[in-house]
Design a protein around this ligand. Structure first.
Ligand SMILES: Cc1cc2nc3c(=O)[nH]c(=O)nc-3n(C[C@H](O)[C@H](O)[C@H](O)COP(=O)(O)OP(=O)(O)OC[C@H]3O[C@@H](n4cnc5c(N)ncnc54)[C@H](O)[C@@H]3O)c2cc1C
Length: 333
């Protein structure tokens, strides 16, 4: 293999963590590749209707615009960005890693960063599948759809909170959470807006247990502290958290019970025992494999944290490059 075939650093996933990581790595001259399985760069942040907690945008910015700017910035700095390229296999080879995509094409990188984010969790209700696509859905309301009527949003994180706030402009809106505090997993500013909005009904200690659907969703059955009630429902949005998409690396790194990647001081003895003498850097999960953003144990699902971790990985790579010059020939910088 020729040196020219190799990238110094490859990000798997192109959400904010990878965009930020690629910008900072390229800024330091690291030859950087980013692989994104979907057709769009930017990850799930692109679905956020309005992000008001990112530095520099006092009036907020749509997620799509923010990550679009990030992708442009990474491209301007000559990061190599590849969409519709899902990495399906990672193999350790001499001097680094071989990443194999869905077409069977191989890509070589000295070191890799897993920045694959997380998937929505599902609800276990027998009658839900018939209602999906007919008023009930996983994920966010479409931005330009004119929703009306009775709308229920299940979930207690920012995505649910933001959906409720947006829908409350045109619908009778209820947020449904299983726990006793609807705001436990939400940014304080989102929770405050919900509390301050008398048009939003908050149901705690409550679960959706049944959907009644003809051609379209008609009713849902709610259970609160063991008591059931049937209510009229036109739309049901299910936003109940996310599971890290870490199946790809489960044999290579340690995962916590949620499936998030253990890095730095959290790397388990099982992994440490495989590499005697290796001391993990802060974002490293195994020698040469780092993790950043929502798929990393200890991360908080926010754009700024994902960006900070991406930048942190780049800083770590610079330190590592200076310590391990044998892997980084001059013409690679
Ligand atoms: C609706 C919504 C609203 C939100 N609002 C806010 C907000 O207001 N403020 C805030 O701070 N945060 C918000 N968040 C959270 C924020 O978007 C996430 O924390 C952030 O996007 C995480 O970034 P990431 O790079 O870790 O992962 P993601 O953004 O999830 O990106 C991961 C990417 O990896 C790709 N991928 C996965 N597997 C592979 C593979 N094998 N090969 C190639 N590519 C792969 C995925 O397709 C995806 O594009 C919101 C999230 C949602 C869903």
């Amino acid at each position: 293999m020729k040196i020219g075939d190799w990238f110094d650093l490859a990000f798997i996933g192109a959400g904010p963590a990878a965009e930020s990581g690629a910008i900072h790595a390229r800024n330091e001259g690291i030859r950087t590749m980013v692989f994104e399985g979907s057709a769009m760069l930017g990850g799930q942040a692109g679905q956020a209707l309005k992000i008001i907690n990112y530095l520099g945008f006092p009036d907020g910015i749509s997620g799509l615009e923010l990550v679009g700017r990030g992708a442009k910035q990474a491209a301007n700095l000559k990061a190599c960005l590849k969409t519709q390229t899902e990495i399906q296999r990672i193999t350790r080879v001499a001097g680094g890693f071989r990443l194999t995509d869905q077409f069977g094409e191989n890509h070589l990188a000295r070191r890799i960063v897993v920045a694959v984010g997380a998937d929505y969790r599902s609800l276990d209700i027998d009658t839900l599948p018939a209602a999906l696509g007919h008023g009930a859905q996983y994920g966010l309301p479409a931005m330009h759809e004119p929703y009306t009527g009775n709308v229920f949003v299940v979930g207690g994180a920012n995505s649910a909170g933001q959906a409720v706030l947006t829908l409350s402009d045109s619908c009778s809106t209820t947020i449904v959470v299983r726990g006793s505090d609807f705001s436990a997993g939400m940014s304080a500013h989102v929770a405050e807006q919900i509390r301050a909005n008398p048009a939003i009904q908050v149901l705690t200690n409550t679960q959706v247990v049944e959907c009644v659907c003809g051609d379209h969703l008609e009713q849902i059955v709610l259970e609160t502290n063991g008591v059931r009630q049937t209510v009229s429902a036109d739309h049901l949005f299910i936003l109940i958290g996310a599971k890290p998409r870490t199946g790809l690396v489960k044999t290579l790194v340690g995962l916590d019970d949620r499936g998030a990647i253990l890095t730095g001081t959290a790397v388990p003895p099982r992994i440490l025992a495989k590499f005697p003498g290796w001391v993990p850097l802060g974002y490293e999960a195994s020698p040469g494999i780092s993790a950043a953003g929502d798929c990393r144990h200890g991360s908080l699902p926010r754009v700024a944290f994902a960006c900070a971790e991406g930048a942190g990985v780049a800083a770590q790579e610079i330190t590592w490059r200076n310590d391990e010059p044998r892997f980084w020939s001059k013409d690679q910088r």
